[in-house]
Design a protein around this ligand. Structure first.
Ligand SMILES: Nc1ncnc2c1ncn2[C@@H]1O[C@H](COP(=O)(O)OP(=O)(O)O)[C@@H](O)[C@H]1O
Ligand SMILES: [Mg+2]
Length: 237
């Protein structure tokens, strides 16, 4: 399978803290891949470096065959690589509709209005609140808005940083349904999660990080069966 994203020997440092240590991973064009690991393992730093939000101290990021390590974050978005950051980061002082328009910032085609209609058709809760401030949305609705905003960049690969955090079990189920649906439509997904069980049920492959390093990787079903993994790295999920 040709790889859409290839990360090679990535290092991320914050002063003396080395958050990511020589991480290599890849994601194929139509794959869901998960990155698991306890708090502080370096998962968010990895995604931020791939997205261009932090500058890596070493290593390479290759997207669709091109080395993008030196490109700005907006340029990566234009190429189809988007991050839905931890904590959603929607703009609560803007309306739902304005948040969606921000997602299309940088697009030069004329299909934005049609794509936003498509979002409203998919998420009736967002449609019903389009002119309300995003602050009135529930946690689950805010997550849908954050994902919708990312979709408006027309991504080929979406990175999601702990999207299920703080959602009720019902909403977690809906979120993972959505992730599977988007993937069936052809979107590649790199999913950071602490909800290990749901992530391994959704992904085809997974990587486990500990203290900045990848300590285990393999097919999701094999990782799901690995009790040592659960005990050693993942806590009690
Ligand atoms: N902006 C930052 N400045 C300094 N240290 C940071 C910063 N962001 C993260 N770290 C540290 O880097 C390590 C990895 O953090 P992070 O990537 O957020 O891990 P995870 O997402 O797996 O919880 C932690 O030790 C954390 O304290
Ligand atoms: Mg994190």
């Amino acid at each position: 399978m040709p790889m859409l994203l290839e990360v090679e020997g990535l290092d991320v440092r914050y002063g003396r803290t080395q958050a990511v240590r020589g991480v290599s991973l890849d994601v194929a064009g139509a794959e869901v891949v998960t990155v698991l690991g306890a708090n502080g393992a370096g998962k968010s730093s990895l995604l931020k470096a791939v997205a261009g939000a932090v500058k890596p101290a070493g290593g390479r990021v290759v997207f669709d065959g091109a080395d993008i390590t030196a490109l700005s974050a907006p340029e990566r978005v234009r190429r189809g690589l988007v991050l839905v950051p931890e904590g959603r980061q929607i703009l609560v002082s803007l309306t739902v509709h304005e948040n969606l328009l921000m997602g299309a910032y940088g697009r030069r085609d004329g299909d934005v209005a049609r794509d936003i209609d498509g979002i409203y058709a998919r998420f009736s809760n967002l449609a019903a609140r389009r002119d309300m401030l995003a602050s009135v949305l529930s946690g689950g609705e805010q997550q849908m808005l954050a994902i919708s905003r990312a979709l408006l960049a027309r991504p080929r690969l979406m990175m999601l940083d702990e999207p299920s955090l703080g959602l009720s079990p019902l909403l977690v189920g809906r979120l993972f349904d959505l992730i599977r649906e988007l993937n069936r439509d052809g979107l590649a997904i790199l999913l950071v999660e602490q909800n290990t069980r749901m992530a391994l049920r959704t992904a085809s492959r997974g990587y486990v990080m500990e203290l900045g390093r990848i300590v285990l990787d393999g097919p999701a079903d094999r990782l799901a069966d690995n009790e040592a993994l659960a005990a050693a790295y993942l806590g009690s999920h």
